[in-house]
Design a protein around this ligand. Sequence first.
Ligand code: FER
Length: 190
Amino acid sequence: MARRILKFSILGLLSKQDMSGYDITIEFTKAIGQFWSAKHSQIYVELKKLLDEDSISQYIEMAGVKLEKKMYCLTTKGKEELQKWVLELDDSVETEKDIFALKLYFLKDIPKQEIHSLFNNQLQLREKKLFNLQKQFSFLFGNQQNPIYLDSEELGHYLVLTKAISREENYISWLNGSLDLIKKAEDSLT
Ligand code: FER
């Protein structure tokens, strides 16, 4: 499978509405950047590529009297490519980059007395993350109990957010369970 995910993220954003390069950059620092980060410089390189390939086109919009804003929109080709991409079945699972897991793999090199602080530090970070995700959830969906009633755009956002929340809840419960296990192992040695 061709791996041009930035391309399809940009096409996806433009399928909602026409945007300037700046608007797209802002979208990447907001919600979408929470689960898919992109460097700002990459965005402009990709936009140029997409223009050359005819997946998007540009037009000038007047913002104020003298300010010209370069806007991007999907072409028919771009729309078709996006449609094809979302329907493509993935053939593998992305490997998650988890530095804490990598360190754990080398646990034998971590002094015993440091293991607790590593776990507690990770617990604090994950709890903070979960708190922020829950805050975002109540901000966006707090008064909507049933996602069936959300329109499809909101439903997508609801799903990625609830996925993140269950991932963090799971991670926290695994951290707590592991801490217990480590404490028990220590107790049995003393
Ligand atoms: C959001 C949508 C998704 C959001 C976060 C996420 C904080 C996902 C985050 C993650 O996977 O860690 O609006 O806001």
